[in-house]
Design a protein around this ligand. Structure first.
Ligand code: PMP
Length: 460
């Protein structure tokens, strides 16, 4: 039996019908996909773009607000929003204006401008941490924070939760299996043993957390305040506070990655739940969709970072390299866009619009599940909600993964795409943005209802 309770044969019949419909409906995408195979590896500019539910990539012509339009002229309501890259809508007007303003005034110089100072002040005021750095992606932020954490603690081991994702940082590509840390499956070109300096434990497991930290070699726990990349997994009440207390007790740092969970509150879960991390990371939406990442640190960290940097410089006689950087980090375009985004887009008013819509959507999912008598559940956090193919919301990454029914998930996503609705690929996450309407939410629920009705009518 499948995790979802839906028969595999029915899913296959349903999916085949939808694949045919997609091909018929999207001749221009099909033609572009064919052409792309001659010049782009795997027919796409980044190989994972070929992993969606569609039989060939859906090519986008333009996007604005909560909508995008494909090259065949179809309109879509977008609940994926670039997997949070455009959490506040596609091309928000203030960010579009900021791009236009900066476009003729220099895009990158390796030097800061006034925007950088304003951004530092805005970030400190919003997130409560005093000092900030700007990178090109959330991946970079996590990589650099990890380097700092190792430097200031003099410890090497990174602790993460099983099923986490923090970008393509090598050190986080581990899982927990039967109490042991192992490599995440599917890694390409992995030359060295990641388990040497990385440890994975189950989320919401206080005992495993304390046992891992008690070994005394953990530089930091890197975590999201709620897991969002293996389906959503919420922390038990008080679990994140325990993470803070135990990391402190054992001399390890707490790094909170809010790249996705920033959808919960204008100050993230960190502010909402008073998490008091040593380092705080956000990427994707922070500059309105223009590549940019940030990390903040406490005053104590800043002092310890300065000391370890001084030491490294002394050791290298001033000719060393910190191992952090990238030339385009904090470039003028990104800084100007981040400023506009923080001042005018990522506002309390935006959250006040998004949060009730996500609740409406979660309620709608629950209604559907009850109506169709499915043994599924809904997990919601701030502006995101997700239906999962298990009767109660999972408590660990492994439980979330056990509820996967990939073929069903992909078939439902494809059905929605064929009817002008996009949700986040690879699991069932939906995000509402300031341009999403109640009618959009209701349309997703009605279309999913239709999909499930059709699916259940197919003999299994
Ligand atoms: N942190 C989290 C929690 C993420 O979900 C992601 C990407 N999904 C990242 C970091 C990395 O972001 P990017 O791919 O933009 O570097």
């Amino acid at each position: 039996m499948t995790a979802s309770g839906i028969s595999q044969a029915a899913v296959e019949t349903f999916a085949a019908r939808e694949r045919t419909r997609f091909i018929e409906r999207n001749p221009t995408s099909v033609a572009l996909a064919e052409r792309a195979r001659n010049s782009l590896y795997a027919g796409v500019p980044m190989h994972w773009m070929a992993d969606w539910s569609t039989p060939c990539p859906l090519f986008v012509e333009r996007a604005k607000g909560a909508r995008f339009y494909d090259v065949d002229g179809h309109e879509y309501i977008d609940f994926c929003l670039g997997d949070t890259g455009t959490m506040f809508g596609h091309s928000p007007d203030p960010v579009a204006r900021a791009i236009a303003e900066q476009a003729g005034n220099g895009l990158t110089t390796m030097l800061p401008g006034e925007d950088a100072v304003v951004c530092g002040e805005l970030l400190a005021a919003r997130f409560g941490l005093p000092y900030w750095q700007v990178t090109a992606t959330a991946t970079d932020s996590n990589r650099y924070v990890l380097r700092w954490a190792r430097a200031v603690t003099g410890r090497k081991t990174l602790l993460v939760f099983d099923g986490c994702y923090h970008g393509t940082v090598d050190d986080v590509m581990v899982r927990s299996r039967d109490g042991r840390t192992v490599h995440r499956s599917g890694l390409v070109g992995q030359a060295y043993d990641l388990t040497q300096y990385s440890r994975a434990i189950p989320f919401n497991d206080v005992e495993a957390l304390e046992a891992a930290l008690a070994q005394g070699d953990v530089c930091a726990l890197l975590c999201e305040p709620a897991m969002t990349n293996i389906g959503m997994v919420l922390p038990d009440p008080g679990f994140m506070q325990t993470c803070r207390e135990l990391t402190r007790k054992y001399g390890s740092l707490l790094i909170i990655d809010e790249t996705h969970t920033i959808s919960t509150d204008i100050g993230g879960c960190t502010r909402l739940w008073n998490l008091d991390p040593d380092f705080f990371v956000v990427g994707k939406p922070i500059a309105g969709g223009v590549p940019c990442g940030i990390f903040g640190c406490s005053a104590e960290m800043a002092e310890r970072m300065a000391a370890s940097r001084r030491q490294a410089q002394e050791d290298s006689h001033g000719h060393g390299h910190s191992g952090m950087g990238t030339t385009l980090s904090a470039n003028a375009l990104a800084m100007h866009c981040m400023r506009a985004n923080l001042e005018e887009v990522m506002t309390q008013a935006a959250y006040d619009h998004m949060l009730p819509l996500a609740k409406r959507l979660a309620d709608g999912f629950r209604r559907l599940i009850a109506q169709h008598d499915l043994k599924w559940s809904v997990t919601e956090l701030g502006a995101r909600s997700e239906f999962q193919f298990c009767p109660v919301s999972p408590r660990t990454g492994a439980e979330a993964e056990a509820a996967f029914h990939d073929e069903l998930q992909m078939a439902l996503h494809l059905y929605l795409i064929n009817r002008g609705i996009l949700i986040t690929p690879f699991h069932n996450m939906t995000l509402c943005c300031p341009a999403t309407s109640e009618a959009d939410v209701d349309q997703l629920i009605a279309t999913l209802d239709q999909a499930i009705t059709e699916l259940l009518a197919i003999p299994g």
